[in-house]
Structures are given as structure tokens and as C-alpha cells.
Design a binder for this molecule. Structure first.
Ligand code: A3P
Length: 279
């Protein structure tokens, strides 16, 4: 079990991310027109990736995550010509500096961490690349301690908030996408300076609905491609796709414990303020 994971800079990674790759990330050569798709795991990364692909189609490649693989990863990315959408779960402090220097655009998708904890719990149980979890209460404590893959949700959000400059970073909320997807897609289109027609927006929203994406993945012969370094099995990604599933898992006491940690950690976070109405 222990050999599934390793720690780098105090953050837990699976062995699908090699320490050598993490050590060499600083040398990565970003390009001005790269787009970073940033998230903590289980925040809606695949959903947003689908939307971005439709918005740019066919003039773009969606790469696998920058932190996925070994040293050869950086060369692979380098060999891709044309525009790249590069997903990452990396902490803000570990991002290759070239992305900042070249002022690349980044979209950070954020989700109610209570729902993320539940989603991640199921993911740990289903995903053979992650260690076995004893029970939900045990997992929740691990999550609150940041003792899970990709580290603490709280620190992830804070690190990105700190490392970003407003002009080039767009924060999106999973819950807003569930509530009014066309509105969010329009916002993304404007941020990327694309001129997307109303009818095209409508079409994109239909194609990226949960049921559509889940069904398409199940029909695929080869669903071995993801935008998450934690698995290549796309079938593991689509579970419920709902807001508020935490209510089916949290006891009142667990909820109080969660909110205590949240309030302590996120006291000065601007981004987190937008989440409070979902609690
Ligand atoms: P649940 O486990 O709560 O169902 P990521 O892509 O970052 O790994 O996030 C996965 C989560 O996003 C899963 O949450 C998954 O069901 C949900 N998801 C994926 N596609 C979606 C879509 N089109 N609409 C809503 N939720 C989606």
C-alpha cells in the first residue's frame, strides 16, 4: 500500500508522478498561448476540460497533466505544436515559473470542499492507484489534516490565490456551473477572448452535461485518457455529479468539525467567501 504513494515538498503524490519529474518542473518552458486548467482533485476538472475543448475545437490539444509520468513528460509536452491546454493539480508554489513569466492564462475550478471530500472518498475506494481507506469518518479526518493525495484542499486554494494575478486567472465555481452553465461558458469564452455565438454556447452546454459525458465515456472502446494524474480510467470520473451530496454523508458533528477547520484556515481567503452560501 505504502508503495502507491510518496511525498514531495510535504505533499502526497501517487507513484504515477515521479519525484524526478517534480524536481525538474522548474525547467519547463511554457508558451504565451498555453492555458492552465487548475484544480484540486474532484472539483470538476473533466467537465471544464470538455467545455474548453469544445470552445477551441479543433485548434487545440488537451494534454495529460503536467505532473503525470516521469522525466520524459516535459519533452513530450514540448513536442506538441499548436495551442496547449495543460491540466494540473499542483500546488501554486510548485508551478513552473515560466507560466507566470509568460503571463499564461489560468482557469481554476473550485468546488464546495464538503462535496469534494465525499467525492474523493468514493474515488479512493474505486481507484486502484490510491490506498485503501478504512471508513468515511477516518477519511474525513485525513482530508481535514491534508493527509490525502495532492495535499490539503485548504492549502491548495490558498496557494493559488496567492500565486495568481487577477488579470490572467479566472476562478470558476462548480456550483455556479450546475446552476447556470451557459452563463459560466460565456464568461470563459470572454476570458479567453473567443467569439462564441449563442447557439454554439447552447450546443456546448448540451454536449458537456453530466449524462452526456458519462454515456459517451461508457460507450468508448478505450476510455484510458483522463486529465487527472490519479488514474487513466475515465470511467471512474463520473459518479453523481451533484451539489450537496455531503448531506448524505456528514453527521452534524462531522459538519461542525469541518466548519471549524474551514473557518480557521480560510479566514483571509477571498475565494472561499464565495463558497459560504453553499454551506
Ligand atoms: P462526484 O464524485 O461528486 O460525482 P474531476 O473531474 O476534477 O476529477 O471531478 C470529478 C467530479 O466531477 C465527480 O463528482 C464527477 O461526477 C463530476 N463531474 C464530471 N463531469 C461532470 C458534469 N458534466 N457535470 C457535473 N459534474 C460532473
Amino acid at each position: 500500500e505504502d508503495d502507491l504513494m510518496h511525498t514531495f515538498n510535504g505533499i502526497t503524490f501517487t507513484i504515477r508522478t515521479s519525484p524526478e519529474l517534480l524536481k525538474s518542473l522548474d525547467t519547463f518552458d511554457a508558451r504565451e498561448d498555453d492555458i492552465l486548467l487548475v484544480s484540486y482533485p474532484k472539483s470538476g476538472t473533466h467537465w471544464l476540460a470538455e467545455i474548453l475543448m469544445h470552445l477551441y475545437a479543433p485548434r487545440v490539444s488537451l494534454t495529460s497533466p503536467i505532473e503525470f509520468g516521469d522525466l520524459s513528460r516535459l519533452d513530450q509536452l514540448d513536442r506538441l505544436s499548436g495551442k496547449r491546454i495543460i491540466p494540473t493539480h499542483l500546488d501554486g508554489s510548485m508551478l513552473p515559473p515560466a507560466f507566470k513569466l509568460k503571463q499564461c492564462k489560468a482557469i481554476y475550478i473550485i468546488r464546495n470542499p464538503k462535496d469534494i471530500a465525499v467525492s474523493m472518498y468514493h474515488y479512493y475506494r474505486d481507484n486502484p492507484n490510491l490506498p485503501t481507506i478504512d471508513s468515511w469518518p477516518v477519511f474525513l479526518e485525513m482530508f481535514l489534516r491534508g493527509d490525502v493525495v495532492c495535499g490539503s484542499w485548504f492549502d491548495h486554494v490558498l496557494s493559488w490565490e496567492k500565486h495568481t494575478d487577477d488579470k490572467n486567472t479566472l476562478f470558476l465555481f462548480y456550483e455556479d456551473m450546475k446552476q447556470d452553465l451557459p452563463k459560466v461558458v460565456k464568461k470563459v469564452s470572454a476570458f479567453l477572448a473567443l467569439n462564441t455565438s449563442e447557439s454554439r454556447i447552447h450546443e456546448i452546454c448540451k454536449k458537456s452535461s453530466f449524462s452526456e459525458m458519462k454515456t459517451n465515456t461508457e460507450k468508448e472502446n478505450d476510455p484510458n485518457h483522463t486529465v487527472c494524474a490519479l488514474t487513466s480510467n475515465r470511467k471512474l470520473v463520473f459518479r453523481k455529479g451533484a451539489v450537496g451530496d455531503w448531506k448524505n454523508h456528514f453527521t452534524p458533528k462531522q459538519n461542525r468539525m469541518f466548519e471549524e477547520t474551514f473557518n480557521k484556515k480560510m479566514k483571509f481567503s477571498e475565494v472561499a467567501k464565495h463558497l459560504v452560501y453553499e454551506f
